[in-house]
Design a binder for this molecule. Structure first.
Ligand code: NDP
Ligand code: MG
Length: 380
């Protein structure tokens, strides 16, 4: 039996991870954590019988405790609760599927406790990759990518020498606003931005896909996961989302991983790596697809991508400023407090104005996050 814990079990990645558990008989769920969704977490507890669960909000944890009085499941709350799950001795793989920088501390704690990480929470690697990757190496734990592009790259690299990689070709769908001018983006509404052409995901990452901040975060994530320079990462728009990413090697040869846009494959690959298990899903029908097309991303309109390259190249606290500003800006946009274009303006402002730290430790990262949040609260 594989023993796993899931942080963010009620979200898009979390529920799909549990679908994989349901479809296979050899994974045991030891612990689950969520933010506030008591109803769904209760259902998950009754179905998967974990021994420890956490809800971020204390009052919600109390409500849950009351509802599952008939079970012997320990209920905890807050960051302490998430950290308790992260270091639970039985857990072999921790699936980090919470959204946002909240994932950093539990991820670090789990690595320190020697757990492999099935990493969906890209914000963790974007902001703290310089701490996490060396720590993982030191502790001998695997960081198994769940993000579809990074899983594709990971699959392409299987059996290859990383020293023979020339370039990573990170594919992007271009999001719902591909091809639009800045003027055409001025009045777009939350509903328009939430309509992703190919993938069904959580709200924050769906907005990130519309601004191309998501692709930018993925560029930084790829830098850390695969130990390459930013010059070796090229974003290629492939609107049908059939090629999930590619790797070009020294001899010019290119490997690509293709599949339907379904997150269960990368999640399952991370959980069973290096094995492949049967997955009950549609198979690609190339005659039906007809063509797969490519274009260059528009760095001028979709500043999320250019800002992320800039932040990644500058390093230090810059990716944290970008990420924290984006988290806050997306929340404001979803609350209809700012317009779509302001997301990029806020990120740019915070990158410029925050107190830059060249070698941030964990405290500096969390301090920068707070500083950026306060900066935005006082201005927007
Ligand atoms: P969702 O918004 O669907 O889910 C987020 C999960 O995190 C929920 O379970 C939520 O609980 C939980 N959560 C939120 N805040 C807290 C908190 N303070 N403490 C504990 N749990 C919390 O997000 P996604 O599943 O879409 O994304 C998760 C991560 O995976 C993100 O980093 C995203 O970028 C990445 N990712 C997602 C992909 C996708 O297809 N969805 C693809 C690739 C990467 P509750 O429901 O109670 O609020
Ligand atoms: Mg992705």
């Amino acid at each position: 039996m594989k023993k796993i814990g899931i942080l963010g079990s009620t979200g898009s990645i979390g529920t799909q991870t549990l679908q994989i558990v349901r479809d296979n008989q050899d994974i045991e769920v030891i612990a689950l954590a969520a933010g506030s969704n008591v109803d769904l977490l209760e259902k998950q507890i009754r179905e998967f019988s974990p021994k420890l669960v956490c809800l971020w909000k204390e009052e919600k944890a109390k409500e849950l405790k009351d509802r599952i009085k008939d079970l012997s499941v320990k209920v905890v709350s807050g960051m302490d609760g998430m950290l308790e799950i992260a270091v639970l001795p039985e857990i072999e793989i921790l699936v980090t599927a919470v959204v946002g920088m909240i994932g950093i501390r539990p991820t670090i704690a789990a690595i320190e406790a020697g757990k492999d990480i099935a990493l969906a929470n890209k914000e963790t690697l974007v902001t703290a990759g310089h701490l996490i990757m060396p720590l993982a190496k030191e502790k001998g734990v695997r960081i198994l990518p769940v993000d579809s592009e990074h899983s594709a790259i990971f699959q392409c690299l299987h059996g290859e020498k990383s020293s023979q990689v020339e370039k990573i070709l990170l594919t992007a769908s271009g999001g719902p606003f591909r091809g639009r001018t800045r003027e055409e983006l001025r009045g777009v509404q939350v509903e328009d931005a939430l309509k992703h052409p190919n993938w069904s995901m959580g709200r924050k990452i769906t907005i990130d896909s519309a601004t191309l901040v998501n692709k930018g975060l993925e560029v930084i994530e790829a830098k850390w996961l695969f130990d390459v320079d930013f010059d070796q990462i090229e974003v290629v728009v492939q609107p049908q989302s059939i090629i999930h990413s590619m790797v070009q090697f020294k001899d010019g040869g290119i490997k690509a991983q293709l599949g339907t846009p379904d997150m269960r494959l990368p999640i399952q690959y991370a959980l069973y790596y290096p094995d492949r298990m049967y997955l009950n899903d549609d198979r690609l029908d190339f005659a039906k697809i007809g063509s797969i097309t490519f274009e260059a991303p528009d760095f001028n309109v979709f500043k999320g991508l250019s800002l992320a390259y800039e932040a990644g190249r500058k390093g230090g606290s810059m990716p944290t400023a970008l990420n924290a500003a984006n988290e806050k800006a997306v929340a404001l946009f979803l609350d209809r407090k700012i317009d779509f274009l302001s997301i990029w303006d806020i990120i740019e402002y915070c990158m410029k104005e925050h107190n830059f730290i060249e070698y941030p430790d964990l405290n500096d990262i969390l301090k920068t996050e707070q500083e950026v949040y306060e900066m935005i609260e006082s201005r927007w």
